[in-house]
Design a protein around this ligand. Structure first.
Ligand SMILES: Cc1cc2nc3c(=O)[nH]c(=O)nc-3n(C[C@H](O)[C@H](O)[C@H](O)COP(=O)(O)OP(=O)(O)OC[C@H]3O[C@@H](n4cnc5c(N)ncnc54)[C@H](O)[C@@H]3O)c2cc1C
Length: 421
């Protein structure tokens, strides 16, 4: 197998938020790239689609943000988070010049990314499902085997293989990538698109029930409901009533508005999503990126943003390797290390929030944040990806916050261990 010359520098399996940007960035640097996906674009996927400022900053840097804006997706410049009676609202400082956020339909966003990869010179093969990774005698990944939707088997060879094929990654399974820091998923999600509602961006929780809303293309309001898994059987027995019931319970006035003015325009999408985990994301001749290598609860809406950020990190590492500046496996190991350290804060916060109950620590912090305009902006800037959560939640920063708003000593809760929420 080793004596067959590779046709490509890199094969990328999966062409959505991680795979297409990676393919685009490498192709723009002159590398020969193949990206395959079993889907055919435009293609929807079961995922809501809020993109933080840090993610939009990547699109901007790649010259794609204006294209996204031209699709007519409405900008959002205000956010509200509420838990029971506690609520904070506001918006972030500009992050790399980005002053708004968007919630673009995946049919639109993912197609834009695939088109950009193709325009950059990557070969894009749709309706191609990968079954296997090919290995050389020394165990190095050297290609993929799969089949077209018509059942025709094909093999492709490359110097490097990347799995950008989502949380249930076939590439991860075939290369035997171990999982670490796994935390079981706690919830399930139902969402759909409604006309007749002019709700703001909001994320409200009460008694382990949550809903969020965000305007998207065609002036439709994406409304998503999340509950703990124990409630699943009861919920799905009558999803319409279960959905309405969560909004009635969390915010009765909005429940009445949904019943009165809201009209559901599309079927419900429902999902029991995968656990929170990291996977070893580098090995001889292979790497993982996006959900394939690092997956967390959708609640904080960070999967797309992280896929963009980490695709760029991996593209930089692969370019170092392909151009001979550094051994490729060493460069890619550096990518995985950096991904893990950069993402730890969001991972911890996401896992904590996915309990749908505020810890006493987070309650104390948010109560104080709500009383300080400066910290409110800092909080939303952290949410948008412009300020590290490790710094925001660092004891000296919180002590200054508690001092500023006069939090009584008994209510000044600090994290027991750095990074824990
Ligand atoms: C309910 C829900 C809500 C979410 N809401 C948000 C949100 O609001 N904001 C946000 O940022 N993130 C959200 N996420 C997370 C987000 O969907 C993911 O993090 C993101 O899609 C990851 O992108 P990816 O490219 O890594 O993988 P995916 O988007 O999963 O893409 C993987 C691609 O690989 C292809 N593929 C898989 N296996 C093969 C194979 N064997 N052969 C060929 N192709 C293959 C698939 O067809 C797919 O196109 C949500 C997720 C869920 C489940």
């Amino acid at each position: 197998m080793t004596d067959v010359p590779p046709s490509f520098d890199v094969i990328v399996v999966g062409a959505r938020c991680a795979g297409s940007p990676l393919a685009m960035l490498l192709a723009r640097r002159g590398h020969r790239i193949l990206v395959v996906d079993r889907a055919s674009f435009p293609s929807d996927t079961v995922s809501t689609h809020f993109v933080h400022q840090a993610g939009l900053a990547r699109l901007h840097a790649w010259g794609l943000l204006d294209r996204l804006r031209e699709t007519g997706v409405p900008p959002l410049r205000h956010m509200l988070f509420a838990n029971g009676e506690l609520s904070v609202s506001g918006f972030a400082d500009p992050i790399e010049g980005i002053t708004e956020v968007y919630c673009p339909r995946r049919t639109v966003l993912d197609s834009l990314l695939v088109d950009a990869a193709r325009a950059a010179g990557a070969e894009v093969v749709e309706r191609f499902s990968v079954d296997d990774v090919l290995f050389a005698d020394d165990g190095r990944a050297v290609g993929i085997r799969g089949r077209t939707t018509e059942g025709r088997e094909r093999e492709f060879r490359a110097r490097f293989v990347v799995g950008a094929d989502g949380a249930n990654s076939t590439v991860a399974a075939r290369v035997g990538a171990d999982v670490y820091r796994a935390v079981p998923a706690t919830g399930f999600v139902y969402y759909s698109y409604f006309s007749g509602l002019d709700w703001e961006y909001q994320n409200r929780t009460r008694d382990e029930r949550q809903f969020a809303s965000c305007v998207t293309h065609d002036d439709l309001m994406m409304v998503v409901v999340m509950r703990k898994r124990a409630a699943y059987q009861e919920f799905r027995a009558d999803a319409e009533a279960g959905f309405q019931g969560v909004i009635d319970h969390v915010a009765p006035e909005l429940g009445a508005d949904l019943r009165g003015r809201g009209r559901r325009e599309e079927p419900f999408r429902a999902i029991h999503y995968a656990d929170n985990f990291y996977r070893r994301s580098h090995g001889p001749g292979w790497a993982l990126v996006g959900d394939a290598g690092y997956h967390k609860d959708p609640l904080t809406g960070y999967g797309i943003t992280d896929a963009f950020v980490h695709a760029e990190l991996l593209a930089d590492a692969l370019h170092l390797g392909l151009s001979g500046a550094e051994p490729i496996d060493t460069a890619v190991a550096g990518y995985a290390q950096r991904r893990d350290s950069d993402s730890a804060g969001v991972f911890n916060l996401t896992v904590a929030m996915s309990e749908l109950t505020l810890s006493p620590f987070l309650r104390a912090v948010l109560t104080a944040v709500g009383q300080s305009p400066g910290y409110l902006r800092k909080f939303f800037t952290m949410v948008g990806g412009g300020y590290p959560s490790e710094e925001f939640f660092a004891p000296p920063n919180l002590a200054a916050l508690y001092d500023e708003v006069g939090t009584p000593p008994a209510d000044r809760i600090l994290p027991a261990i750095a990074g824990a929420h």
